[in-house]
Design a protein around this ligand. Structure first.
Ligand code: GDP
Ligand code: CA
Length: 322
């Protein structure tokens, strides 16, 4: 079975780790292709940092800090301490010492002329992903960056997505998101093919606006999903109208969409076939379109619980298969 997923960082990675555990039991020959959001990418201290790809690498590769959900286990921040001693800015973005190894090698390979796809493949190989049937693709090889236009009354100011998310904790209302470079970006090699040739397409509970929403803006991706004959099934990142972690509600309000499991499904209505919601949201209807909904506990507390959630999603995919 060929499964293709679109993913952001923590929510996407946690779900896909559970999905992979489930596939190892029920369909060990499966191939999982993960198309990762790169809108969160940022250059810091001359290094290219790709937070969502790194979270996917560390989580699927067994090296993530479990409590945080991102960054490396057994991490230290001695280098960042030195940067602070020099008065170097910014200091609001955590750069762990082991994590810096990833950013340094990525930046070097990019500077040597390798594409983001090639670099990601080399990083994924170190983490053992290809050997386990997981292919990790950046959504595009073109550098793109999500910027947030802040709503500060008369003044309009845009900041990098990371600054809004990490430094401002999404507390300053966003009036809109602008993805620099996205209109000129092309889907990375393999991305559109992975959608067209999949047996099942999965939307993990990633942020619908700044993770999945950005991938959907890559030219050709949304059309490929609309044209797909494989079932497209997704997991709600919201339970009872609230994100399980992060500030998805602030992102939804910026684009004028209500914070609810049904409204998130509505964002995917033109290609979605099945939608998994928490029992707290059982019975929700996606307005105006035919999307089969099913409820199952959606808290990803550990790998077995998440694998059970993935099993429900795969069963839903079979049910809605056209
Ligand atoms: P990010 O890039 O690190 O922000 O991660 P993603 O975009 O992949 O995922 C963020 C989303 O994951 C948030 O909107 C959360 O609500 C959602 N999320 C995190 N943990 C859980 C969970 O246990 N269950 C569900 N259903 N959603 C979760
Ligand atoms: Ca992210």
């Amino acid at each position: 079975m060929r499964i293709t997923a679109l993913a952001g960082g923590v929510g996407g990675a946690r779900f896909l780790r559970g999905l992979k555990a489930q596939l190892d039991v029920v369909a060990p020959e499966s191939e999982l292709t993960v198309i990762a959001n790169t809108g969160d990418d940022i250059s810091l201290f001359g290094l290219r940092v790709c937070p969502d790809i790194d979270t996917l690498l560390y989580t699927l590769g067994g090296g993530v800090n479990e409590d945080q959900g991102w960054g490396r286990a057994d991490e230290s921040t001695r280098v960042q301490g030195e940067l602070a001693a020099y008065g170097a800015v910014p200091q609001w973005f955590t750069l762990g010492d082991l994590d810096l190894g990833t950013h340094i090698v990525r930046s070097q390979w990019l500077a040597q002329g390798q594409t983001a796809s090639e670099v990601t493949e080399r990083l994924a190989t170190r983490w053992g992903l290809p050997d386990r049937g997981i292919r990790l693709l950046p959504m595009t090889d073109t550098p793109v960056e999500t910027h947030v236009v802040l709503d500060e009354g008369d003044e309009q100011r845009a900041v990098h997505f990371q600054e809004w998310w990490v430094r401002l904790r999404a507390e300053v209302p966003a009036s809109r998101f602008v993805v620099a470079g996205l209109d000129r970006a092309a889907a990375a090699p393999g991305v559109l093919d992975a959608i067209r040739t999949a047996d099942v397409i999965v939307l993990p509970p990633s942020n619908p606006v700044v993770s999945i929403g950005i991938i959907l803006g890559v030219p050709g991706v949304r059309d490929a999903l609309r044209g797909s004959t494989a079932p497209v099934v997704g997991v709600s990142p919201l339970i009872s109208g609230r994100p399980v972690r992060g500030h998805a509600d602030a992102c939804l309000s910026a684009i004028g969409v209500e914070s609810s499991a049904a409204a998130v499904a509505g964002l995917y209505a033109d290609f979605l076939d099945g939608w998994l919601v928490d029992p707290a949201d059982a019975g929700v209807r996606v307005r105006g379109v035919e999307v089969a909904t099913h409820s199952a506990p959606l808290l990803m507390t550990d790998v077995p619980t998440t694998a059970a959630m993935a099993a429900e999603l795969l069963a839903l995919a079979e049910r809605v298969r056209r």
